[in-house]
Design a protein around this ligand. Structure first.
Ligand code: TYM
Length: 340
């Protein structure tokens, strides 16, 4: 049986990288899935607090992030949508997995190292290297394994965590018998969207300059401004050359994935435009983004206030209920296998 699971941190409005790398695929998978496929998507709020968050801000972001998942087209009747913190089995399995997980393997993970240097979180106090940041991937493994996921759609920056997840499952199974399912990584074709200002780096929520990313509810005007300010180069023609011309290549990628070119490659798209100016290219990119995001922005505003906010609460409660049942079924087997 196919089980699709994925997660996103509710740390602000998702950007175009989150959308093209992951969220858009979640919706596609939902719309293409047959009856037997289970779809489970989580707002991973316990992961969000591995960096200090202002509690009132986090509360607001959780709500907004749920509204975003509905606005992009996830249907709570078809997909289970829930907050990680509402299903304690995730944390329980994390503990059990951490009793067999390898510290050596965890210390080779690159993401917590890069997060150690994030300084824009307005922390009111100094913190040492937190255990939660270090063991973050174990909780991610628990998220996936507790639902017996077979497929996990993510962007490329999550590949290492997915490999670790398979390692956790294999180690657990080696010690206790064939209990957990090793999941497959499903990378989106737009697996790595780059920063608009530093196109050697991925587009990220934590980069200091907000002009480096487009948020999926940005206004048309903001989108135009940000695309206009995107770093390209001074070469006159349009070519697709990710190493030599990373800024331009990123814009072409974005255009290609938004226009959903079922025929042809991004190279073909570039050669069709070889003679147009960069200004014209940017206009076309901004237009494609605006067109694509406008209905999402409109639905977002509706969902956020639907039933005076009650609708979102209902979705969260029903999601927690369904996800809880799915996770508890696994935990019964896991506890038994371990002797608890
Ligand atoms: P997060 O919240 O950082 O990102 C959510 C998803 O967006 C993808 N992504 C990108 N894809 C393409 N280009 C980019 N520039 C870009 N930036 C982000 C990410 O790869 C991700 O798919 N640890 C995870 C959340 C998580 C999770 C899980 C994911 C927790 N448990 C279980 C899958 C399964 C994270 O921080 O994603």
């Amino acid at each position: 049986k196919k089980v699709i699971f994925s997660g996103i941190q509710p740390t602000g409005i998702p950007h175009l990288g989150n959308y093209l790398g992951a969220l858009q695929r979640w919706v596609q998978q939902q719309n293409e899935a047959d009856e037997d496929t289970k779809l489970i998507y989580s707002l991973v709020d316990l992961h969000a607090i591995t960096l200090w968050q202002n509690p009132a801000q986090l509360r607001q972001w959780r709500k907004e992030s749920l509204a975003i998942l509905l606005a992009i087209g996830l249907d709570p009747k078809r997909s289970t949508i829930f907050f990680q913190s509402h299903v304690p089995a995730h944390s329980e399995l994390m503990w059990i997995l951490s009793c067999t997980a390898s510290v050596g393997y965890l210390s080779r993970m690159t993401q917590w190292k890069s997060k150690m240097s994030v300084e824009d979180n307005a922390k009111p106090f100094d913190t040492p290297l937190q255990l939660g940041l270090f063991s973050y991937p174990v909780l991610q493994a628990a998220d996936i394994l507790v639902h017996r996921a077979t497929h996990v759609p993510v962007g490329e920056d999550q590949s290492q965590h997915l490999e670790f997840t398979r390692n956790c499952a294999a180690t657990f199974n080696h010690n206790y018998g064939q209990v957990l399912v090793e999941p497959e990584t499903v990378l989106s074709p737009a697996k790595r969207i780059m920063s608009l200002l530093e196109p050697q780096k991925k587009m990220s929520k934590s980069a200091l300059n907000p002009k480096s990313r487009i948020l999926i509810i940005d206004s048309s005007e903001t989108i135009k401004k940000k695309v206009n300010a995107a770093l390209t180069d001074s070469i006159d023609s349009i070519t697709f050359d990710p190493d030599g011309r990373p800024g331009l290549a990123n814009l072409l990628q974005i255009l290609y994935h938004l226009e959903n070119s079922s025929t042809g490659s991004v190279e073909d798209l570039a050669s069709d435009m070889v003679d147009i100016s960069k200004r014209a290219l940017k206009e076309r990119v901004a237009h494609a983004i605006e067109q694509h995001l406008l209905p999402i922005r409109e639905r977002y505003q509706e969902v956020l206030v639907a039933d005076g906010g009650q609708f979102l609460d209902d979705v969260a409660r029903e999601g927690a209920d369904k996800a809880g049942k799915s996770a508890d079924a696994t935990m019964t087997i896991v506890r038994d296998a371990v002797g608890l």
